[in-house]
Structures are given as C-alpha cells and as structure tokens.
Write a protein that binds this ligand. Structure first.
Ligand code: HEC
Ligand code: HEC
Ligand code: HEC
Ligand code: HEC
Ligand code: HEC
Length: 477
C-alpha cells in the first residue's frame, strides 16, 4: 500500500526552489559529473538510468564517475592550512563516516533493503566513496579506503565546481580542476591551482547536502528551505555567517593576512566515538555547543496573581525560536529532542506538578519510554516524528509514510496552557521553574541501536529558563 500523500508533492516545491537558486548563481552551475543525475549522460550503460531524471535521490552513478585515488587526504592540506585542518578534524564533517549512530542506522537500512539502497545514506556523508564506486550493495565500512573514511574531507567541498540541485548531494565534483574557495585573489600555493568561486559564500553550497529527501520523496531535513523563508535570508545572512564565524589571520604560511572562516562547524552534536577526539577536545566541543544553544530559544511563563489551595493554576508558557536562520530545531529533527520542562513546588519543597521529567532510563515519558509510556500527558516537545502507514510512530525514515513536525519556524513562537492542580494542603507560595531542554539523541534510541554504552556521554543542554512565584490564598473556611 502506498500511503505517502504529503510526501509525494513536496519534492516538486524543492525542485522549484533549486531552479530559482541556480538561476541566481548563474555561471557557477556546471553540468553534474554523475551524468545520469540529469539524464544527459552520453556514455553507454547497461544499467537503467533513474526513472526520474531530475529527482534521483540515490545520487546513483551508473558507473563510478571519479576515482577516490584522485583526492588528497586532509592531512596533506593540513601541512600548510594548519588551523583549518585542526578545526575540520574535530568537526561533524570529519565525523560523518566515523559516527557510530550513522553506521548503525546504515546497517539497519542495509538489512531492510538487502543492500539495494546502500548509496542513499552514503551520498552526502561521503560523496567521494559513493561516486567512486566503493559503496557497492552490502559494502562494509571496514573495506572503505582511508580517503572515504575521512567523510566530508577538504576536497569533498573544495573540488566542487557547481551545483546540480540544492538537495541530496547536489554537488558537481571535479577532481581535476583547481582548488576552489572564497578568496578571489589567492596567493600562489605551490601545491594546488586556486580559483575564487562565489558559490562558497552561498547558503546553497550547504543546502546541497543539508536538504535531505528520502528515496520516495519524503522530506527529512530542510534547513536550506527553511532559511529561504527566514528573516536571515531577507537581510542577507547565510549559513556561513552563523556557522563559520570569521577570524583574522593567515590561511597558510607566507599568505597575506585576511578574514578567515572557522571550519569547526559548531552545531548540536558532540562526538561519541572515543577514537575520534580526546576527552579534552570533546569537553571543548560540548562547551561550544552549549554556547550556540544558549539563548536559541526564548521562554516566558505567566500565571495568575494568586491561587487558592485546592484550586487550579493556569500557566501560559511561550517558547520562541530566536534562531532567525531556520526552524528550532532543524536538520535531523527526528533524532533530536527539544522539550519543555515545568516543575511546580510548594513552600515545603514538595513537587505538586511536573512535566518534561525523565524516567529512570533517562527517557522522556512518551510513547517510547520503556518504564512509563504515556506517563507525561502534558509533555510539550518540538521536533519531528515519523509515522508508518498504520498511523503508528516509527523510528526509521525508510519505514515511514509521513513525517510530522512541531519544530518552530524562524521568527515564530508557540504558546501552551498548562493546568496545574494545587493540593488543598499546599503551603504557599507555589514556585514554578521552567526550562527549554535539548539533547542530540535520546537514550532509548541509543539502546535500540546497541549503543547503550554511550548514554552517559549525551548531555542535556538548557536553551532558556524562567521562574515564577505565585502566592497561595488561604482556603475559604
Ligand atoms: C604548500 C602549501 C599548501 C598546501 C599543501 C595546500 N595549500 Fe591550499 N593554499 C595555500 C596557499 C598559500 C593559499 C593562498 C592563501 C591566501 O591567498 O590567503 C591556499 C589557498 C587555498 C584555498 C583558498 C582558495 C580560494 O581561492 O579561495 C583553499 C580552499 C585551499 N587552499 C584548500 C587546500 C586544500 C583542500 C588542500 C589539500 C588538498 C590544500 N589547500 C593544500 C597553500 C597550500
Ligand atoms: C542566524 C544564525 C544562523 C543561520 C543563518 C543558520 N544557522 Fe544553523 N544553527 C544556528 C543555531 C543558533 C543553531 C542551534 C539551535 C538549533 O538547532 O536550531 C543551529 C543549528 C544548526 C544545525 C544543527 C541542528 C540539529 O538539531 O541537528 C544544523 C545542521 C544547521 N544549523 C545548519 C544550518 C544551515 C545548513 C544553514 C543555512 C541554510 C544554517 N544553519 C543557517 C544558527 C544559524
Ligand atoms: C563542508 C565543506 C568544507 C570542508 C569539508 C572544508 N571547507 Fe574550507 N571552506 C569552506 C567554505 C564554505 C569556505 C568559505 C566560507 C566563507 O567564505 O564564508 C571555506 C574556506 C576555506 C579557505 C579560505 C580561507 C577561509 O578561511 O575563508 C581555506 C584555505 C580552506 N577553506 C581550507 C580547507 C581545508 C584545508 C579543509 C580540510 C582540512 C577544508 N577547507 C574543509 C567549506 C569547506
Ligand atoms: C558534502 C555534504 C555537506 C556539505 C557540502 C555541508 N555539510 Fe554540513 N554536514 C554534513 C553531514 C553529513 C553532517 C553530519 C555528519 C555526522 O555527524 O554524521 C554535517 C554536519 C554539519 C553541522 C553540525 C550539525 C550538528 O548536528 O552538530 C553543521 C553546523 C554543518 N554541517 C554546517 C554546514 C555548513 C554551514 C555548510 C556550508 C558551508 C555545510 N555544512 C556543508 C554534510 C555536508
Ligand atoms: C542529502 C544528504 C544526506 C543524506 C542522503 C543522508 N544524510 Fe545523514 N546527515 C546529513 C546532514 C547534512 C546531517 C547534519 C544534520 C544535523 O546534524 O542536523 C546529517 C546527520 C546525520 C546524523 C546525525 C549525526 C549524529 O550523530 O547526531 C545521522 C545519524 C545520519 N545523518 C544518518 C543518516 C542515515 C541513516 C541516512 C540514510 C537513511 C542519511 N543520514 C542520509 C546529510 C545526509
């Protein structure tokens, strides 16, 4: 049964946006080197080209379109670009193939499709490996060559010569061309030819990987589409402006001093795989994530001037998206958890009401809680959920029929009312403490993926907090 009513139409919208953006970029767009992506390959092939020539979500090269051997390891680049290398090597982009959560999900999908869709998940996490022919059906991560293990390595970006589409690995990779980047007047490097390209300052450059559609068109991640409709877009602030802040320095020894861009790409994720980064580096990343998240949400709580013991306290809680570049949360919203915690206590310290608390496993008490499912009927969370064709919650995108989101769009707020029962013997005043909390991956999912050992390493971050004190009028005699 095909139950994907909403999903089928939306890709058309994305394609339309892609064309508008490509038009704006003008000469920066070249033909894709994966000929079949646009159906224009002239090379003979005995494999059927993708049925939809525009929307080929597998980014499936009919034959390898490049050789991984033509790319240089990031360590080569690091010999001159010391700072860029140091930042990249601890970034999510360097982690893209190492990531144990990614590997486990890929393995589950591999089993579901018997390897037939293995290129799908790999096309952005390693475009070089996917187009280089290493991601064959039922491939094993251990067999990938070192440059492929580097994930989104320097040359996965700096050998990009244009965009074929602004989603699903839409980059045109040209390993024989110059190194391209944002500098219009690069100094001689002695190692590579350089060419300035305005594409590197454009959000579409990021959007070509950061907008993700499932094989059947179900939209999964949309930060680029969200950005196109955001206040940041309206006043010309790009992904790079927020996620690659500038500093003044030399890009390489003997190069002129100029504005450079951080390659740490701070987001919400802290690496779990211990071999990826030392404990000190992990602690530093955790602090950077906390700083990015701090203030990303606004929170106000209002209530009555006074409440009666034995009565009911109506709280009005408003959560605002203060990130004006995309929704809160964005990206892999189906993995993330962003929720409201509200605790009301009386003067004796007794908790009279709570929502957004965790069970003994550390999970929210919703559908997925093993210890207290549906134990928190007031739970307010912002994010997204997959639903299968029987209407039940589903964890994996490829088994889902729908993707529903409660993420807050940029510039918007959500208000909810919570009804707090005040016990007859409550001693006043009632203190309300509220927080907007976030974590990148919930414990139940790590356990399901057989990664339960990482549960203690995932931190909960607070984006905002608010407090309120409400006097209790003595109960009428
Ligand atoms: C021998 C030293 C050296 C090595 C090795 C090296 N580069 Fe460079 N690179 C330079 C110099 C010098 C510049 C010019 C910097 C400037 O003008 O500020 C440069 C410029 C760049 C630019 C900016 C180009 C532009 O026009 O915006 C990028 C991107 C870049 N290099 C990436 C790389 C990558 C990727 C590698 C590894 C494949 C690499 N470099 C290896 C020395 C080197
Ligand atoms: C105005 C600043 C700003 C702009 C512009 C911006 N971001 Fe963000 N981004 C943030 C902040 C703050 C966060 C952390 C809060 C959140 O998750 O929304 C974030 C989070 C993210 C995350 C992690 C989300 C998650 O929960 O997994 C990704 C991925 C991301 N941004 C990508 C992008 C891309 C791609 C663009 C451009 C299309 C972009 N951002 C534009 C500020 C910005
Ligand atoms: C995810 C894509 C991506 C990866 C991976 C990447 N870069 Fe960049 N790089 C960029 C973008 C985008 C800019 C320009 C940012 C801007 O101008 O707003 C840039 C700018 C540069 C510049 C020009 C100076 C500057 O800071 O603006 C150099 C040099 C450079 N990168 C080197 C490297 C090296 C070396 C690596 C690997 C260690 C690397 N990059 C990995 C996207 C990437
Ligand atoms: C070649 C594909 C590709 C390109 C190009 C790319 N990204 Fe990413 N990006 C990824 C992938 C894949 C991840 C997640 C890797 C992982 O952790 O498994 C990621 C992670 C991130 C994160 C961290 C998100 C988190 O949850 O912590 C940020 C921030 C980010 N990218 C910003 C950018 C920006 C800004 C640009 C444009 C300059 C960009 N990316 C270009 C594929 C890409
Ligand atoms: C179109 C490009 C693209 C495709 C295809 C893609 N991803 Fe990603 N993936 C990304 C980007 C970009 C991010 C960063 C978004 C964020 O952190 O919010 C990411 C982040 C992730 C993360 C989060 C990293 C973490 O540990 O927090 C996981 C896990 C992941 N992807 C798994 C998958 C799986 C499984 C598939 C196949 C079903 C897949 N990806 C297909 C681009 C892609």
């Amino acid at each position: 049964m095909s139950a994907r009513p909403a999903g089928l139409r939306r890709p058309l919208v994305v394609v339309a946006l892609a064309l508008v953006t490509l038009g704006a970029l003008g000469g920066a767009c070249a033909q894709p080197e994966d000929g079949p992506v646009d159906g224009s390959a002239d090379g003979a092939s005995d494999v059927d080209p993708p049925s939809d020539p525009v929307h080929d979500p597998l980014s499936r090269p009919v034959t390898p379109t490049l050789s991984p051997a033509d790319f240089h390891s990031a360590t080569r680049c690091g010999a001159c670009h010391v700072q860029h290398y140091a930042e990249w090597s601890r970034s999510s982009h360097a982690y893209a193939v190492v990531d144990p959560v990614f590997r486990k999900l890929v393995a589950i999908r591999q089993a579901d499709f018997e390897g037939a869709q293995d290129q799908f998940c790999m096309q952005c996490h390693t475009a070089i490996g996917t187009r280089g022919g290493e991601v064959v059906p039922n491939f094993r991560f251990e067999d990938l060559s070192p440059i492929v293990q580097e994930g989104i390595t320097c040359e996965a970006c700096h050998r990009v010569s244009g965009l074929a589409r602004v989603y699903n690995a839409g980059h045109v990779l040209d390993p024989s061309g110059p190194i391209r980047g944002p500098i219009e007047d690069p100094a001689e490097s002695g190692f590579h030819a350089s060419e300035g390209s305005p594409l590197f300052r454009d959000s579409a450059f990021c959007g070509a990987c950061h907008d993700v559609l499932e094989v059947d068109g179900l939209p999964l991640e949309r930060p680029y589409a969200e950005w196109l409709a955001s206040p940041a877009y309206a006043d010309g602030r790009t992904c790079q402006d927020c996620h690659m802040p500038t500093y003044f320095g030399q890009a390489a020894p003997l190069a002129p001093e100029r504005d450079l861009h951080s390659h740490a790409w701070v987001g919400v994720d802290v690496p779990l795989e211990p071999s990826f980064a030392t404990p000190d580096v992990v602690a530093a990343i955790r602090e950077e994530v906390a700083a990015l998240l701090d203030g990303a949400a606004g929170l106000t709580v209002t209530g009555p001037a006074e409440v009666r013991a034995g009565g009911q306290l109506d709280l009005l809680v408003t959560v605002t998206n203060r990130v004006d570049g995309h929704s809160l949360p964005t990206g892999s919203t189906f993995l993330r958890q962003l929720w409201l915690e509200v605790v009301a206590s009386d003067a004796s310290g007794r908790i009279v009401y709570e929502t957004g608390g965790l069970d003994a496993n550390g999970d929210l008490r919703n559908y997925w809680s093993e210890l207290d499912p549906f134990g928190d009927p007031d739970l307010v969370s912002f994010g997204s959920n997959f639903v299968n064709d029987r209407g039940e919650p589903e964890l994996f995108s490829w088994r889902a029929a729908l993707h529903t989101s409660t993420a807050i769009p940029p510039g918007y707020a959500r208000t909810v009312t919570l009804f707090v029962p005040v016990p007859g013997d409550a001693t006043g005043p009632i203190t309300i403490a509220a927080r907007v909390r976030f974590r990148s991956v919930p414990p139940f999912l790590l356990r399901k993926l057989d990664l339960g050992r990482f549960v203690p390493d995932v931190s909960v971050f607070d984006l905002a907090s608010a407090a309120l004190t409400i006097p209790v009028a003595s109960a009428p005699r």
